[in-house]
Design a protein around this ligand. Structure first.
Ligand code: MLC
Ligand code: AMP
Length: 503
C-alpha cells in the first residue's frame, strides 16, 4: 500500500545493512535495524488504540529511539508532534490540549508531573529517556519487527510543529506528507546529497532544521548521520574526520571558530557546511572562509514552509544573503499594506509559494487566513529584498520575534506573564545582540506603585516558560517610549540597550 513519505524515506531501505546512525558511544545502527525498531513502535501505537490521523506528542531527549518514533508515526499514518524537552508542564499542557494528542511520550522524570495533564486531556502517557529506555521500549519488546505500512496520500498530515505567535498563543503548523517529501527531494538534488554522505548531526530533532532538513535529506539519499545528543563542540571537532558535511545554526559556527582544534586541515575533506534558522553574520562567514578555505552555504526556511531559498552549491555563496529561491518555490517581495509586488532592490515582506508550504494552523482558520493567502502565498513576516543578482537578503522582521541560538522567542508570550506581576505596570521584551546566541531577550518592566520583586518574577517565568525563553536581564524603568499612535517603540529600546551583553 502506498505511503509516499514512508516509502521514500524509510521503506526503500528495508533489509539494508548500510549504516544509518553512528552514535558517539560507538554503536552503529543500520537502516534495517532502525526500521525494525520503528516497526515495533508502530505496533505499540496500535495497541494504545491510536488510529491514522491521531496526534502523538513526543517530549523526549534526542536519541535513535526518539527518531524511530518519527518513522513509526509516518508508517502508522499518525501525526508526529515533537516538543522541545525544555518546555514546562504548563507549555506541554497547552500543546496536548490544543492538538488533541491521543498519546504523550515524556521523559520518565516527568511522568508524575504530566500524569494529570494526560488524564485531563484523555491522552495515554508513556515514557522514554535519553537512552531510549522507558515504558514504550518495554511494550515494543513484545512486538514484531515488521509492520504493514498504513496507506496515505501526499495530502495527509504527517507532522504538527508548534510555532509561537505574535499574540502569544502557539499555533500548530500542519505539514503534509507532500510538504515534507517535496522539500527533501529538492534539497537532496540542490545540495547534491549521495549515499556516501555522513552528516554531523548535533541539532535537536524537534524542529524543522534537525528533523526535516537534516534527517529527511539523509534518509532520502541513503547516507548516514553521526548522531550526537546535543551540541558539544569538542565532539564536533573529534568526529569531523569521519563526516562529509554538517548543518547547524550560526552559534555552531561561532563556537567552532572559537575552538583551537578547528583548522583548515580538520575540514579539508568536508564537502559542505550549511547554516540556517537565524542570520549568519557576514563576519562569521568570512572568518570561516579565512580559517578553512570553505564557504558556508546559507539557506532560509521556516517551520511553516521548510526551506525556501539557498545559496548555490556550485557558484558564489554570498555572505549576508540567503541565496535564491529553491526550484519549485516562488518568492516575491510585497508591500506590507497593499500586498503589491515590489521591484528588485526594494525592501518588503517576503512571501513564498510552493509544494513546501504548509496546510494551515490546526483549528485556527483566522490565523491561517491572515498568513496564508488564498492563492497559496504564505506571508512569512520576514522583511527582505531581492538584489541585482537575484539573491535574497533578509534585512529584518515584520513580526515581533527574537531568534536566540536558533530558537524562536515571541516577546508577547513573555510580556503577557510579566504584565500580570505585581509592581509591573507594563512590560516590553526586546532582542539584544548576543555574541554566542545572536540575540537574547531582555525585559523592560515599568514600575507601578510598588517596586517589582525581580526574584519572584524570575521564579514565575522559570516555572511557566522554557528556560531559553526567559529574559537574560530584567530592567526596571519608569516608562516605555511610545510613538504618536501610542505604540511602544521597541527599536528605540533596542538601541538603548544594544550593549547589554557586551563584555
Ligand atoms: C540553551 N539555552 C538557551 C538556548 N539553548 N538560551 C537561549 N537560547 C538558546 N538557543 C539555555 C538553557 O536553557 C540553559 O539555561 C543554558 O542555555 C545551557 O543549556 P544547554 O542546553 O547546555 O545549551 P547549549 O547546548 O549551549 O545550546 C545552545 C544551542 C542550542 C545553540 C546549541 O540552543 C541549539 O542546539 N539550538 C539549535 C536550535 C534549532 O535547531 N533551531 C532550528 C529551528 S527550525 P540555564 O538557565 O538553565 O543555564 C527553523 C527553520 C529553519 O528555524 O530555517 O531552520
Ligand atoms: P521557525 O519559526 O523556528 O521556523 O523560524 C523561522 C524564522 O527563522 C524565519 O521566519 C526567519 O526569520 C528565520 N530564519 C531562518 N533562516 C534564516 C536565515 N538564514 N537568515 C535569517 N533568518 C533566518
Amino acid at each position: 500500500m502506498a505511503n509516499p513519505l514512508y516509502d521514500a524515506l524509510f521503506g526503500r531501505h528495508a533489509g539494508s545493512d548500510a549504516p544509518f546512525l553512528y552514535v558517539p558511544t560507538g554503536q552503529v545502527i543500520t537502516y534495517a535495524g532502525f526500521l525494525g525498531v520503528a516497526a515495533r513502535y508502530a505496533h505499540v501505537f496500535g495497541t494504545c488504540g491510536l488510529i491514522p490521523g491521531d496526534r502523538v506528542a513526543v517530549q523526549v531527549e534526542k536519541s535513535p529511539d526518539a527518531l524511530a518514533l518519527y518513522a513509526a508515526c509516518v508508517q502508522a499514518g499518525l501525526v508526529f508532534l515533537p516538543l522541545n524537552p525544555a518546555y514546562t508542564a504548563a507549555e506541554v499542557n497547552y500543546f496536548v490540549n490544543n492538538s488533541g494528542a491521543r498519546l504523550l511520550v515524556c521523559d520518565p522524570s516527568q511522568h508524575a508531573a504530566f500524569g494529570p495533564i494526560a488524564a485531563k486531556a484523555n491522552a495515554r502517557l508513556e515514557t522514554m529517556d535519553g537512552s531510549g529506555q522507558g515504558s514504550l521500549r518495554i511494550l515494543a519488546a513484545e512486538q514484531p519487527a515488521t509492520f504493514e505500512t498504513v496507506e496515505r496520500t501526499s495530502d495527509d498530515l504527517a507532522a504538527f510543529l508548534y510555532t509561537s505567535g505574535t499574540t502569544g498563543r502557539s499555533k500548530g503548523a500542519m505539514l503534509s506528507q507532500g510538504n515534507l517529501l517535496s522539500n527533501a527531494e529538492t534539497l537532496v538534488k540542490h545540495w547534491q546529497f549521495v549515499e556516501n554522505d555522513v552528516l554531523l548531526h548535533a541539532l535537536p530533532i524537534f524542529h524543522t532544521h534537525g528533523l526535516f532538513v537534516a534527517t529527511n535529506v539523509i534518509l532520502l539519499s541513503g547516507g548516514a548521520m553521526i548522531f550526537m545528543p546535543k551540541l558539544d563542540v569538542d565532539h564536533l571537532v573529534k568526529f569531523m574526520p569521519r563526516a562529509t558535511c554538517m548543518m547547524g545554526v550560526p552559534t555552531f559556527y561561532t563556537r567552532l571558530l572559537d575552538h583551537p582544534g578547528f583548522t583548515a586541515e580538520s575540514t579539508a575533506h568536508m564537502r559542505l557546511f550549511i547554516s540556517g534558522s537565524a542570520p549568519l553574520l557576514a563576519d562569521t562567514h568570512r572568518a570561516f572562509e579565512e580559517r578553512t578555505g570553505k564557504s558556508i552555504l546559507e539557506r532560509y526556511g521556516m517551520t511553516e514552509t521548510n526551506m525556501n531559498t539557498s545559496n548555490p552549491y556550485n557558484g558564489p555563496r554570498r555572505a549576508g544573503t540567503v541565496g535564491q529561491p529553491l526550484p519549485g518555490v516562488e518568492l516575491k517581495i510585497t508591500n506590507a499594506d497593499t500586498g503589491e509586488i515590489l521591484p528588485h532592490g526594494e525592501i518588503g515582506v517576503i512571501e513564498v509559494r510552493g509544494p513546501n508550504v504548509f496546510q494551515g494552523y490546526w483549528q485556527m482558520p483566522e490565523k491561517t487566513a491572515a498568513e496564508l493567502r488564498e492563492d497559496g502565498f504564505f506571508i512569512t513576516g520576514d522583511l527582505g529584498l531581492i538584489d541585482d543578482q537575484g539573491y535574497v537578503q533578509i534585512v529584518g522582521r515584520g513580526k515581533d520575534l527574537i531568534i536566540s541560538g536558533g530558537y524562536n522567542i515571541y516577546p508577547k508570550e513573555i510580556e503577557l506573564i510579566l504584565d500580570d506581576q505585581s509592581g509591573v505596570l507594563e512590560s516590553a521584551v526586546i532582542a539584544v545582540p548576543h555574541g554566542d546566541l545572536g540575540e537574547a531577550p531582555v525585559a523592560l518592566l515599568v514600575r507601578g506603585t510598588q517596586e517589582p520583586d525581580l526574584d519572584a518574577i524570575t521564579a514565575i517565568l522559570t516555572k511557566q516558560l522554557a528556560r531559553y525563553k526567559c529574559p537574560r536581564k530584567l530592567i526596571v524603568v519608569d516608562s516605555l517610549p511610545r510613538n504618536t499612535m501610542g505604540k511602544v517603540q521597541k527599536n528605540v529600546l533596542r538601541d538603548a540597550h544594544a550593549d547589554a551583553f557586551k563584555i
